[in-house]
Design a protein around this ligand. Structure first.
Ligand SMILES: [Zn+2]
Length: 215
């Protein structure tokens, strides 16, 4: 039996501790990076250590803590940035977003492509699908890697909670609808890697998440 060649590393970055995820294939030496919000030199050091070259930079939504380091990583790696087009207004509000946190405004530019619902992303050997889940923001997406039984959920679904909807583009009715119609229909054993905090599963959230069990 061949050893598994899949590399999954997720670690919190920046003042808001956004989970940045490296998903790689050690056989091909290729990787994608999801939500490089900050601490790009640390992310780059991990990639170097793992011997992985970045092919895509995927952004679950355009909040500063998720997208703040994307352009820096693109300049270091040459990899394209993908972000759903409905979050372009938020991307253009970076100065205001930095003001909310009292941090310097990171440089940004328009993404290279939009993350469209149903689109295949990732590596040839490690492909995923985009699930558009508006509500936290209008361009929020989750990324499903079905063969790995892994959902990277951004700020849509957390262990025991859901994303806030009081920021521009947020809609509380819509996030609940997105989670029920697009996420809770996934296999219960699917591991959920949220944008902040620890891992959970679809089954666990279906049973116990107080925001989802009360309707
Ligand atoms: Zn967010």
């Amino acid at each position: 039996m061949a050893e598994s060649t899949v590399v999954i590393e997720s670690f919190p970055v920046g003042p808001l501790q956004c989970n940045c995820t490296i998903l790689g294939d050690s056989a091909t030496g290729e990787a994608i990076v999801i939500d490089p919000g900050d601490e790009i030199s640390r992310i780059q050091a991990r990639l170097n250590k793992l011997g992985l070259k970045v092919k895509q930079i995927l952004i679950t939504h355009a909040h500063i803590d998720h997208v703040g380091g994307a352009l820096k990583l693109k300049r270091l790696t040459g990899a394209p940035i993908l972000l759903n087009e409905n979050d372009l207004p938020l991307l253009q509000m970076m100065e205001q977003q930095a003001g909310w946190l009292g941090v310097d405004t990171p440089e940004t530019e328009a993404p290279d492509a939009s993350l469209q619902d149903g689109m295949t992303i990732g590596l040839d050997t490690l492909a995923g699908q985009v699930i558009h889940t508006p509500g936290h923001t209008q361009g929020s997406v989750c990324l499903l890697f079905a063969p790995l039984r892994l959902l990277v959920a951004g700020d849509t679904l957390f262990a025991g909670s859901i994303g806030r909807t009081d920021l521009p583009g947020g809609n509380s009715r819509q996030i609940i609808d997105s989670i029920h119609s697009r996420l809770l229909v996934l296999p219960e054993e699917t591991q959920v890697l949220p944008g902040h905090g620890g891992l959970t599963t679809i089954g666990e959230e279906k049973d116990r998440n107080p925001f989802l069990t009360r309707r």
